[in-house]
Design a protein around this ligand. Sequence first.
Ligand SMILES: [Zn+2]
Length: 479
Amino acid sequence: MNPIRLHDTLKNRLEQLEPIHKGEVRIYTCGPTVYDFAHIGNFRTFVFQDVLRRFFRARGYRVLQVMNLTDVDDRIIQKAAAAGVSIREYTEKYIEAFLEDMRALNLEMPEELVRATDHIEDMVALIDKLQQKGMTYTSDGSIYFRISKFPAYGKLSKIDMSGIKAGARVDTDRYEKDDARDFALWKAPKPGEHFWETRIGPGRPGWHIECSAMSMKYLGETFDIHTGGVDLTFPHHENEIAQSEAATGKTFVRLWLHAEHLIIEGEKMSKSLGNFYTLRDLFAKNYNPSSIRFLLLSVPYRRQLNFTMDGLKQAETSVERLRNFMRRLREAQFAAGANPEIQKRAEKAESDFDAGLADDLNTAVALAAVFDLVRDVNTAMDRGKFRQQDAPRVIAAMEKFDAILALLTDDDNDKLRKLGFGTALPQIPPEKIEALVEERQLAKKRRDFKRADEIRKQLAESGIILEDTKEGGVRWKQK
Ligand SMILES: [Zn+2]
């Protein structure tokens, strides 16, 4: 197997993965700010990190991944105040929605999914440490990181800070600072706003300190991988490096992985252009979770992804092709024996798939390996060159792929219904169901798998599931 190589933003080159802890990869992922539903651009990054962690696990690594939930920031405080509820109450429903969205896209839960507001003490301790090292100053009750004390500032984003003049606005902090580049670690409370009473004074944490404190708490002062969207490189990740490395004197992160932007129909996604989509917006338009997952993972993470409705329809066809292929492998009858060519073909697909992912998670190459196998095996079946004992071998390969792709389980309708989408199931009278089941059996007998599949699909759309019995018959049940 090829060594795993990943593109590190900081060194700007491919680096071989060599985990600090033997057999375990430790990953930090910047999670959502839970003041609203996450949008489809956010989910591109989350699907990327899901494929990444699934690939590590397929390679036999344990994964320890931390994702934060930013449940305190200016917008949350304002919106909670406007709604007359606590921060906790306001963010609760968006956290719940985010978890539902994750499940809909088959995103594995990180080992630690942690809220900022549960880690105020960790942030205070880190700020305290920075204060003692003389890296900070206080102005109007807020505490700032003094960038001029950290000469390596800018090493991740390669931004030349010398051109940024005092008074220019680098981030959205609306506070008095000595230097425009400096950023707030701790924000003094404003009248009527929620704040924490702590040993560094009353207030609330800045956004950047949250990720430094929470990542190092769970993963150690130096850890393997930090992921996020490319828009977080500056200033967020640059600031994370400054705070963490100034406090510990150690390298913060071994590999920085950034997912590129997603654009919609060739344009930047924005609310003002009316092309801003949450997952739920797409579900309401009858797009399936699996199609969305497929489209999001189909383009390698470092390439810009043009998300289009046509692309979603093609994704649906692709997923359907994989699922039909699995059905054919499981249901069709083949002559006894094994074809060594097929066994070899499955092996090659597995090694191509793995090699693609090992090369900076090239999902396009990995998917090509899968679809080439599907095409070749379908051809062998059509030509009668596929044998009974080949089926388990190819099924095993497909299951290996699906441990990472997570597309084969046909549960889109269930998921949509649970989230309140999708239409009510069309009703079919029982005698019509019996007739269709009978017709499908006959179609299979004459090897007309296309018709058999059409019928299965038609029944599935009405929530009718078919189960083959040991005696060669078929049972049906309502979902
Ligand atoms: Zn972060």
